[in-house]
Design a protein around this ligand. Sequence first.
Ligand code: SF4
Length: 237
Amino acid sequence: MKVNYGGFVDLSTIDWPGRAVCTVFFRGCPLRCSYCHNATIQAGSDLRDINEILDAIRDARMLVSGVIFSGGEPTMQAEPLVALAGAVKEMGLAVGVQTNGYFPDMLALLIDGGLVDRIALDYKTRWEGFSKRWEGYAEKCAHDYTTQAARSLKICDEASQSGRLSDFEVVLTIFGGNEKEVLEIAGHLPRGTLVLQQGVFKRFWKDWEETGNGDLSDEEIASQRQPLTVGELEHLA
Ligand code: SF4
């Protein structure tokens, strides 16, 4: 079985609080966030046998107690994700998934199958302009993001409340300028762990489509939205 592969980190201490983990990046994502930290693996193809990934995890086995599947969007590749998560569980390692929440049925499948211990749901704010940019993923993305993410939130929250998902957090990415929307969204989220993540602003997709800002450099675009200070973040939290 093949996975569209985006990369591998054999030791990460930042992806799962309290654990040292391996992180496997899946290539491909239906969204196009303005701040994407992994834009180079949003698209394209690099098919690898899943045994190659499992060998890499086995090599790192002595140093880690879990594996995080990230991306891109790992839940977009259902079969390899289920196969890898199952194999990782059989190794006695914990499984975590970082997701944008676009594929709630996959999250339900993982939870119901006992294949995931931690889900970090990166809930997108509304102003990012991602909804127009499927770029080859239209077949998989018939629904709007908000509907899908709301279902994912409900599934994860219920699983968390019932003890079927031991570790669940929602992540919101924030910049100067979207504080109001982040607060509004946070008001609708289930109770639990909410992580505010400082984003590096790049550009709205609508910069090209509507404003003609496409000629600006990344630095010029970034300067339009300054990072928040620690004090400003504390005030929001
Ligand atoms: S959901 Fe994640 S991988 Fe996809 S575009 Fe947004 S930040 Fe990048």
